[in-house]
Design a protein around this ligand. Structure first.
Ligand code: GDP
Length: 411
């Protein structure tokens, strides 16, 4: 069993506010369901103690599949709280994509292993570029006829003008695809049909030479991009897995490169390594710049610190059987049940009722949400999507996002 790591260091370092970006049909829903299943299993083995009480979903909500359609679903993986923020896959919902990109800190871009980069993925990618959202890529449907990881990575380079760094080697091709070799740790993970658990072991003999060749290429590529890795490469003629992981994280956070993984979510194949990569490479709220806003003409910054005055953004409002759910990203300070908050744009105060985390199959009620967190609030009557909420004693109107591209052309 994994040891929860919430207890050591800053708990904020163990939060990932994550979006899944994809062209319709690339497999976003399947990847999301798989993540919720895997992290639900973790939950059953013992939730991290964070003061939440758990209530089941209203049966009507369960029937309507709120899990998938909720604006944000919270789950726990390896001691990390992952808030999965829904990002519409269709550019018709471009404003909604824009709003969700404002509240997430990192993203997984899902591509189809046969089609590679498709027009909608390109449009959403550019929006994510504008918000400087660090990304990793998951090339899904590796089991399909014509699946080609290298071609998908090439299309990321050519169409998205990004630098793909492929960190896995597929085990088997097309219908015989059963797993991946992790090129950092030189270990294989395989999944067999109908079997829930991955098997981890040494690199199969038949793939050893190719895995070593690709590991070498990865070391050279990373050394060419990262000074620390280059230093180790020059001194020792090689780069350790640990240095590679650190360098990949730096390159992801700076947007200089995109780590590429692969799998077949449909066959439950490759999603645990994806979650490990989310934790290893994507930012926590501590890794992103303080939020900026203004009041009375004075520009202010507020850090992701639970002790400073509260500031948050409403990014979605949903009507559900539980009531009007107002999804809030807490950027600074702490939001408590019963607090009176100011809707800064409307110059109106409102009271926070219940605070909920939407989980795979239930709502967990909590009495507070600290900087970095994403929660659903029950009880706000008027604050709409895009509203800034803040402590009335320390008012602040969050900066509007950069103007959207005038035209997004989609084939
Ligand atoms: P979304 O539109 O991006 O949410 O995509 P879905 O998750 O709904 O998947 C679209 C279709 O692709 C569905 O029919 C899935 O069953 C199928 N699919 C998803 N993942 C895989 C996969 O790994 N392999 C194959 N062959 N099909 C998949």
């Amino acid at each position: 069993m994994r040891t929860p790591r919430f207890t050591s260091g800053d708990p904020l370092a163990c939060v990932r506010n994550l979006g899944i970006l994809a062209h319709v049909d690339a497999g976003k829903t399947t990847v999301t369901e798989r993540i919720l299943y895997l992290t639900g299993a973790t939950h059953k083995r013992g939730e991290v103690h964070d003061g939440t009480t758990v209530t089941d979903f209203d049966p009507q909500e369960r029937d309507r599949g709120i899990t998938i359609f909720a604006a944000a679903v919270s789950c726990v993986w390896d001691g990390h709280r992952i808030n999965l923020i829904d990002t519409p896959g269709h550019v018709d919902f471009s404003d909604e994509v824009e709003r969700s990109l404002r509240v997430l800190d990192g993203a997984v871009a899902v591509f189809d292993a046969v089609a590679g980069v498709e027009p909608q993925s390109e449009a959403v990618w550019r929006q994510a570029d504008r918000h400087a959202v660090p990304r990793i890529a998951f090339v899904n449907k590796m089991d399909r006829a014509g699946a080609d990881l290298d071609a998908a990575a090439r299309s990321i380079r050519e169409r998205l003008k990004a630098v793909p760094l492929v960190v896995q080697l597929p085990v088997g091709q097309e219908d015989a695809f059963t797993g991946v070799v992790d090129l950092l740790h030189m270990r294989a993970s395989t999944w067999s049909a109908g079997c829930d658990v991955r098997t981890q072991g040494p690199v199969p003999d038949a793939l050893r030479e190719e895995a070593e060749r690709r590991r070498r290429l990865l070391e050279e590529e990373v050394a060419g991009l990262h000074p620390g890795a280059l230093e180790e490469f020059c001194a020792r003629g090689t780069v350790s897995g640990e240095t590679l992981a650190g360098a990949l994280r730096d390159l992801t956070l700076s947007g200089e490169a995109v780590v590429v993984l692969c799998g077949a979510a449909y066959r439950d194949c490759g999603v645990e390594p994806l979650l490990e990569a989310v934790v290893a490479y994507l930012p926590s709220p501590l890794d992103v710049p303080p939020v900026r806003g203004a009041w009375d003409g004075a520009v202010q910054e507020r850090a992701a610190d639970p002790a400073v005055p509260f500031a948050g953004l409403v990014f979605k409002v949903n009507s559900t059987a539980t009531g009007r759910l107002t999804y809030v990203r807490v950027y600074a300070g702490t939001l408590r049940k019963g607090d009176v908050v100011l809707d800064a744009g409307a110059h109106r105060t409102e009271r926070i009722g219940r605070i909920l985390r939407v989980q795979a199959d239930r709502h967990a009620e909590t009495d507070r949400a600290a900087a970095g967190d994403i929660v659903a609030v029950v009880g706000l009557k008027a604050a709409g999507s895009g509203a800034t909420l803040c402590a009335p004693a320390a008012p602040l109107l969050l900066e509007a996002p950069a103007a959207a591209d005038p035209v997004v052309s989609v084939a």
